[in-house]
Design a protein around this ligand. Structure first.
Ligand SMILES: Cc1cc2nc3c(=O)[nH]c(=O)nc-3n(C[C@H](O)[C@H](O)[C@H](O)COP(=O)(O)OP(=O)(O)OC[C@H]3O[C@@H](n4cnc5c(N)ncnc54)[C@H](O)[C@@H]3O)c2cc1C
Length: 475
């Protein structure tokens, strides 16, 4: 189906049925993404206030074959929120749909509109002594609709799962403008295909998420937060296994940090408290949320004594209060910002089976160094096998000088991920960045079924054209 650009005449017709101020010019920053890799072409911003307004916009666009790009906080890292080519369409922002519709303390459920910023959602839960465990460094800007559309991961997946696992129901506007009220509060519902799970992770290509029913959890009574120095990722994995044996399901986060991340703080003048006088080669940030009323101090001390005397940990600091916990977390949370300031040649959001991680890191490091004198910052959510394996130029060099070699670097990393049984997109999605990777590494039957679903649910291809499948989906 041929798509058409949005016209002034179309906007004027549409505006008459919408509340004032819904349509406006697109601010420049809505057309750029965090790593400045794509420049958007969308020519009008629409920020509806209600699901009915979303429906009116989508059904009119569908009738006239006009592209719609759903937009949350704009923090996506694969260009899913940026229409970079084709007939200029509508950028549909959910920012004004930002109400918390209800919170049920007894059921541990919150129902929110898609434009609620993740940190506001987490604060609303905290006020009721609950937690909404999804936590990302971008949570001050990212919206829950965007988190659902990308099936975001973050630091607590080990214990609570990805966004998919935190969602009970959705309200969605489909390509023809129909509104699905699927705001279920049920934990079990086997009635036909699972629409909710089709939409989650579909990156705005199957429907516009306008609201969601989400799970809350009791807030842990006490937390243990520690930064532990280890000799290698192999030892970090052994430590993970021992921590699981000791603390069971109470480990909220188990994050791998490489010394390169700390060097980057200093190079980019990010002033953070760092507890070790010498920077260890590898570190693990461990966060355990103890649920019960029992004292955990003795247990915890015993565990830390064991790992230090056995040599599994070479050093460690245990936060003694909330402020120290925050300082340790700031180290992990600022790594993406330091990376952004340095400017990567190529970044990779990958996942691997846990037992493959050590050999993958060693092999890939050697192959990348064969390609050039690069700096590697490998860090991430080790507990669930998700690494960020990012390649940087040396100090004083410009990442742009390596544009010619970026495809080779990417292919090297992704081929190795694939051969180790991993995934080339762990938590960021496909967007516009990984379209070729999806084709190269996916099972062709899976890809074919995915395209059939897309063409059935959005036959004119108006929803986020170009994302996931590229521009020739129906050819
Ligand atoms: C510093 C930093 C740290 C990050 N850390 C993490 C991390 O730890 N884990 C992780 O998973 N991600 C991380 N991200 C990536 C990003 O924050 C997530 O992908 C996030 O879920 C995107 O949410 P958003 O609201 O910004 O969505 P956007 O960027 O606006 O959109 C992302 C995609 O979702 C679609 N979309 C947005 N809203 C809707 C909607 N209501 N309905 C349908 N489709 C929609 C868009 O079309 C696009 O395809 C990080 C990003 C940054 C900049």
């Amino acid at each position: 189906m041929t798509l058409k650009p949005v016209t002034e005449e179309f906007i004027n017709r549409l505006k008459s049925g919408l509340s004032p101020g819904v349509a406006s010019a697109v601010p420049d920053d809505y057309l750029l993404e965090p790593r400045s890799r794509w420049q958007g072409v969308s020519s009008i911003l629409m920020s509806p206030r209600t699901v009915k307004e979303v429906s009116a916009i989508v059904s009119s666009a569908n009738a006239e074959n006009i592209p719609i790009i759903p937009y949350g906080g704009g923090t996506g890292l694969v260009g899913g929120q940026i229409q970079d080519k084709g007939p200029a369409g509508i950028l549909l922002s959910l920012e004004r749909m930002n109400k918390i519709r209800s919170l049920n303390v007894d059921e541990n459920i919150i129902t929110v509109e898609a434009g609620v910023i993740l940190s506001n959602l987490r604060d609303a839960a905290e006020k009721e002594k609950k937690i909404f465990p999804l936590s990302l460094a971008s949570e001050g800007t990212a919206q829950i609709g965007g988190n659902l559309a990308t099936n975001a991961g973050g630091v607590n997946v080990l214990r609570y799962g990805s966004t998919r696992n935190l969602c009970l129901g959705l309200e969605v506007v489909f390509a023809d403008g129909s509104i699905w009220n699927g705001l279920s509060r049920l934990h079990k519902d086997n009635t036909g295909y699972d629409l909710k799970n089709l939409i989650i992770g579909s990156e705005g290509t199957l429907g516009i998420i306008t609201a969601a029913t989400l799970k809350l959890f009791p807030k842990p009574i006490e937390r243990t937060v520690a930064l532990i120095a280890v000799n290698s990722p192999k030892d970090a994995l052994k430590l993970l296994s021992e921590t699981k044996e000791f603390f069971g399901e109470t480990i909220s986060a188990f994050e791998l940090i490489n010394k390169m991340g700390i060097h980057f703080f200093r190079e980019t003048k990010l002033m953070l408290k760092f507890p070790f006088s010498n920077i260890p080669e590898w570190m693990v940030l461990l966060d355990i949320g103890h649920p019960g009323k029992f004292s955990t101090k003795e247990n915890t001390n015993e565990f830390f004594e064991n790992i230090l005397t056995s040599g599994l940990a070479v050093d460690g600091v245990l936060a003694e209060n909330v402020s120290q916990q925050n300082d340790l977390w700031a180290i992990r949370e600022n790594i993406p910002e330091a990376n952004r300031r340095i400017g990567s040649v190529s970044s990779h959001d990958i996942s691997l089976p846990l037992s493959e991680i050590n050999s993958f890191i060693e092999e890939t490091r050697l192959e990348i160094l064969e390609l050039g004198n690069f700096r590697i910052n490998c860090f991430g959510h080790l507990g669930d096998g998700n690494l960020h394996f990012n390649i940087f130029p040396q100090k004083g060099e410009n990442r742009g000088d390596y544009n010619h070699i970026r495809p080779t670097i990417k292919a090297t990393v992704h081929d190795l991920v694939h051969s180790h049984g991993g995934s080339v997109s762990a938590e960021h999605g496909i967007g516009r960045l990984k379209i070729n990777d999806l084709v190269k590494y996916s099972d062709p039957i899976k890809l074919k079924q995915n395209k059939l679903i897309k063409s059935a649910m959005d036959p004119k291809g108006i929803l986020n054209p170009g994302a996931i499948f590229g521009s020739n989906l129906y050819e």
